[in-house]
Design a protein around this ligand. Structure first.
Ligand code: CP
Ligand code: NVA
Length: 310
């Protein structure tokens, strides 16, 4: 390994260097091969990962818990009502206490600042398992999947159709830092966050890529190599679901829309998918879809991240 990442928290892809991102991908590939061939890779023997979930999860929960187990360590799950955190104890005290017991913390929560504070006050690496703002582990697994399928990242075009949410924000960070072009089409009022777009444009300029934020899904998807979408109402936005469904009606990824992508486009979705809303069965179940490989790769990529930082 060329870059030492031990002790580093993974809060945003934007805090990773180009070299660190590629080190994660190379290491993910190696760990995936070892797992496939049944070769032991207990790189975190006896290490303890705390897993704090303030929101539900299938993939993140299972892939982190299986991942730390396969690396020889143990995962401790804390659900929304398990810890004193946020109710009778502040983040700083929780961070200091957990740092005395554990070797790393994975957290899925609402406020992004809580993850930053957990890392700031604690002395062990913190891994962001999704906040309202970002979903970096997801996007690292997505980019790894694209690299596996297409053999490269630089110069490819990813079209994201839908809500400018945590996944869109992390895709902006990830694509711009790996030289991928990204075009996002969202209705007005649902665009990705301005500072993240501005930062992605700066990164993209440096790495020779392009960032477009558009209104028209057809323009965004034109000649794309990857078509990506996510739910219209994220966790915590359930009350807005009806109003969002109306706002996003023209942003469904369906056979008519994907005709504008390249023939060999990859369809991606972080899952869970709301079939019939942001995507229809004909697309998500098509030969272009890689959603289950993408979900599997969460395991390999997060194992690499844990082994590198813990
Ligand atoms: N993609 C993803 O993070 O899925 P979960 O919400 O099931 O963890
Ligand atoms: N944007 C979605 C992603 C789920 C993995 C949410 O935050 O609910």
């Amino acid at each position: 390994m060329s870059v030492n990442m031990k002790g580093k928290s993974l809060i945003s892809i934007n805090n990773l260097t180009y070299e660190e991102i590629w080190q994660i991908f190379e290491f993910s590939k190696l760990l995936k091969l070892k797992r496939l061939s049944g070769e032991p890779h207990r790189l975190l023997e006896g290490k303890k990962l705390g897993m704090i979930f303030s929101k539900p999860s299938t993939r993140t929960r299972v892939s982190f818990e299986v991942g730390i187990y396969e690396l020889g360590g143990i995962g401790l799950y804390f659900g929304p009502t398990d810890l004193q955190l946020g109710k009778s104890e502040n983040i700083s005290d929780t961070a200091k206490v957990l740092s005395r017991y554990l070797d790393g913390i994975m957290i899925r929560t609402f406020a992004h600042q809580d993850v930053i504070d957990l890392a700031r006050y604690g002395s062990i690496p913190v891994i962001n398992g999704l906040t309202d703002l970002l979903h970096p582990c997801q996007v690292l697994a997505d980019l790894f999947t694209i690299w596996e399928k297409k053999g490269n990242l630089k110069g490819l075009k990813l079209a994201y159709i839908g809500d400018g949410n945590n996944v869109a924000n992390s895709l902006l960070n990830g694509c711009s830092k790996t030289g991928m072009n990204i075009s996002i089409a969202s209705p007005s009022g649902y665009k990705p966050q301005n500072d993240i777009v501005a930062n992605a444009k700066r990164n993209a300029a440096y790495f020779g890529a392009k960032v477009e934020i558009l209104d028209d899904p057809i323009a965004a998807i034109k000649d794309s190599d990857i078509v990506y979408t996510d739910v219209w109402a994220s966790m915590g936005q359930e009350k807005e679901a009806v109003e969002r469904k109306a706002a996003f009606a023209k942003f469904q990824v369906n056979p008519e829309l994907v005709k504008n992508a390249k023939d060999d486009y990859l369809f991606m979705h972080c899952l869970p998918a709301h079939r019939g809303d942001e995507v229809v069965d004909e697309v998500i179940d098509s030969a272009n879809s890689v959603v289950f490989d993408e979900a599997e790769n969460r395991l390999h990529v997060q194992k690499a991240i844990m082994a590198l930082v813990m």
